[in-house]
Design a protein around this ligand. Sequence first.
Ligand code: ATP
Length: 346
Amino acid sequence: MGRLTTAGVHVAGVTKSFGDVEVLHGVSLSVQAGRMLALLGPSGCGKTTLLRIIAGLERPDAGTVVVGEHVLTDGRQVVPPERRHVGMVFQDWALFPHLSVAANVAYGLRKLPAAETKERVADALAMVGLAELADRSPETLSGGQQQRIALARAIAPRPSVLLLDEPFSNLDAALRGQVRTEVHHLLAALGITTIFVTHDQEEAFVLGDDVAVVRGGRIVQQAAPTAVYARPADRWVAEFVGDANLLPGQAQGGSASTVIGPITLEAEHHGPVDVLVRPEELRIVADVAGGAQVELVEFYGHDTVSLVRLAEGTLLRVRTPGAPVAARDERVELTFAGDGAVAYPR
Ligand code: ATP
């Protein structure tokens, strides 16, 4: 499988309104060549609009889009989509049901001589593992295979950047995880710069080398998934990426006193704060004299999630490895077992 010639993407100050409503408010982001960036945000936050601006399908009111050395969008010009060397996979895949798999893939290569088209189609289908199915109709194939056709069609013109809009939302839940791993594997082997849109935190974390969290037409944080998870830019991001317990506390320098005892902070604070404690950073100790009580137990196989009510009323989510350590209604003590926690001043 060949690697494609790829390039970094730099977006700066992109603004876009539809009618009187501004949906992107000066968005900037960068993806290095060969990396995967997830645009993660709730429905309606502007992710798809941003992707369409990078693809050249939408014209921004202001701002620039640069791919490698090429300025594709700026105040004066917008290079049309077909001249951008940017491949796009649409949310619904947009396959032509009356055309064969090969003809679908050839669709983006209309200007090339027949022999070269044939070679490119064969290459692209081989890359996605569909060479044997070239003559079939897409409708006769599984969801995962149809998605790979869409991917083959996007990479056949040998783009330097790939854009994917909600790439797995068309697949049912049972298939999604498996197809996601296949596509991840394939894109990692291709080494092509990829920007994909998702509202699913797990998908963003699993596939993204970096995650740009979008909220209300702004990027509120762009960082590696581990950094976004461990040090969310604000409370909203903390709660959007994974489960978050926000414990009220009183900070005195590098530590905060909270209802479950003192918690070491990763930065110094003073005064009232909310301390971010992830469920897996808490430990449950069964203790008949404990001040907390287990209200609900959910066993997932690899781990257990317990909802634990503290004496003063707060309900915390706790994730412990393996089987439950305490049953519903049992009294327990909770302890913080993380490293330094992030705190948000109140
Ligand atoms: P979703 O996941 O629901 O698609 P999104 O984050 O991708 O959400 P966008 O599709 O970019 O969000 O839409 C952002 C906002 O812009 C929404 O309020 C949407 O209704 C509006 N919008 C998008 N495209 C158009 C359009 N062509 N005309 C008018 N409004 C639009």
